[in-house]
Design a protein around this ligand. Structure first.
Ligand code: ZN
Length: 470
């Protein structure tokens, strides 16, 4: 083993909000294994994904580029998604060229951006004694296979080259399947377990709802899962949260098995462990389910934790704004891989290796285009330390939230004269970003049929199907 080079184990969860974890203030979650990574390392408290949707987010962090630069702007189906261009360098091929054994287990959904990793076949493992309260699908069954394969690799790998291994887990994404089972008026399967409390930002004032950008007002019409929860009551919302925590604990169990395998290796002290998620989950804030179109913190703010040699401090948190675009340059910097590759991210080593106090980014950006192409709702988010500004092309919809006084993002201040200068400042940030990254945003076109913009405001007034179900 080359003493200079450290192994890297990157653990990714799908649909895991930062706020779902104890380190971010959730006292209901049971995640002892994730906690052990947090307690032994450094976490970036304010990390944002570039898109709250699997495939665009993944193609983005595997390349360090925004979705408009990778061309991977949706999950596909009716919306064309090109395979990542061969001319765009990927994290996998950069590490393979840098002398690493690069292997990937589990969820891909990458549009070609995992190029450079040896990809393991994805299969399912049978899970016995599944409770009817928490039905499972391929998400949970594949995760068992992913942890098994990762552990097998860790138990057997003895080559000279350092490894860069990815354990790419699906859960807590199985919550999407859970909604399907209990959609509309389908009866809950109940349990005696303690239910999580309702979120503080469950309800939004009707007057404020009408001031929201149209793509936000009508997420229920564009998104199957949001349509399926329109008729729910508070009890079902609490069961959703209970199930979400269940799938989170499931993935934490698998992560625990992987950590045990790492810690049993002779080179355990020479291994960096990174934990992150592609995007979050609405966790029922503002009566919302899963993720779609919006840029609220539940869905765009994700965990980002580093633990291992040369990471300074234990259980330390860094407040400054960070983007998942930073993953690529940070890992290259950590591993001493020099390259001329241009990414939109920044190395976070000054914050990981010692206590740099300035902020990594003045603002971070997230994008939305469409999930499946049935409605097209281009939008951009500018997140600064105190504020969040969003813009949607459809009728120039805007949101502005003061995150200090309104962390639940319930009061849109975009038309409040007291915030005119803040609004202007954030519009300028958006324009600066658009020109610096050559984002064609302002020239894109939105597309949503009138029938998806007509019911009484409020997700709970939605009835029937949504655009993707037509
Ligand atoms: Zn609707």
């Amino acid at each position: 083993m080359d003493k200079q080079k450290k192994n890297i184990l990157l653990i990714i969860c799908d649909q895991l909000s930062a706020q779902a974890l104890p380190a971010w203030g959730n006292s209901f979650a049971k995640t002892p294994n994730i906690n052990s990574i947090v307690e032994s390392g450094v976490r970036f408290n304010n990390t944002f994904t570039t898109c709250p949707l699997c495939q665009p987010a993944r193609a983005s962090f595997w390349t360090g580029l925004y979705p408009h630069q990778t061309g991977v702007m949706s999950n596909g189906r009716q919306h064309y998604v090109p395979n990542l261009s061969e001319t765009i360098p990927t994290l996998g091929e950069t590490f393979a060229a840098g002398g690493y054994k690069t292997v990937h287990f589990g969820k891909q959904h990458d549009a070609g951006s995992l190029r450079g990793f040896d990809l393991a076949p994805i299969t399912e493992r049978e899970i016995k004694n599944v409770s009817a309260v928490f039905p499972i699908n391929y998400d949970s069954r594949e995760d068992l296979n992913t942890s098994e394969q990762t552990i097998k690799f860790l138990n057997n790998y003895s080559d000279k080259a350092p490894y860069f291994t990815v354990a790419d887990m699906n859960n807590p994404h199985d919550i999407c399947n859970w909604i399907g089972k209990f959609q509309h008026n389908n009866k809950l399967v109940k349990t005696d377990c303690e239910l999580p409390p309702l979120p503080k930002n469950l309800y939004r004032d009707d007057k404020d709802f009408k001031k929201l950008p149209l793509p936000i007002q009508y997420i229920c019409c564009a998104h199957t899962r949001q349509a399926q929860i329109a008729e729910w009551d508070e009890e079902k919302i609490r069961y959703y949260l209970l199930a979400y925590h269940h799938y989170l604990t499931r993935v934490d169990d698998e992560i625990g098995k992987i950590l045990t395998a790492v810690r049993q290796r002779y080179d355990k002290n020479n291994t960096l462990i990174v934990l992150m998620a592609d995007h979050g989950d609405s966790m029922c804030g503002r009566w919302m389910a899963t993720k779609h179109t919006s840029f609220y913190d539940e869905t765009v703010r994700v965990p980002f934790v580093f633990s291992g040699p040369e990471i300074y401090g234990k259980n330390r948190s860094v407040k400054g704004l960070v983007s998942l675009l930073d993953l690529f340059p940070t890992l290259c910097d950590y591993a001493g891989i020099k390259s001329n590759i241009q990414t939109e991210g920044k190395s976070l080593m000054p914050w990981l290796a010692y206590k740099s106090t300035d902020f990594p980014h003045k603002f971070v950006v997230s994008q939305w285009h469409t999930e499946w192409g049935f409605t097209i709702e281009p939008g951009r988010m500018i997140r600064t330390e105190k504020y969040k500004y969003t813009h949607y092309l459809e009728e120039n919809g805007e949101e502005l939230y003061n995150l200090v006084t309104d962390p639940g993002e319930l009061k849109n201040l975009a038309d409040n004269p007291d915030y005119e200068s803040v609004l202007k400042e954030h519009r300028n940030f958006l324009e600066n970003y658009v020109s610096a990254t050559k984002d064609p945003y302002f020239n894109l076109e939105w597309n949503a049929e009138k029938r998806w913009r007509k019911h009484k405001p409020g997700y709970r007034n939605h009835r029937g199907t949504a655009a993707p179900q037509q």
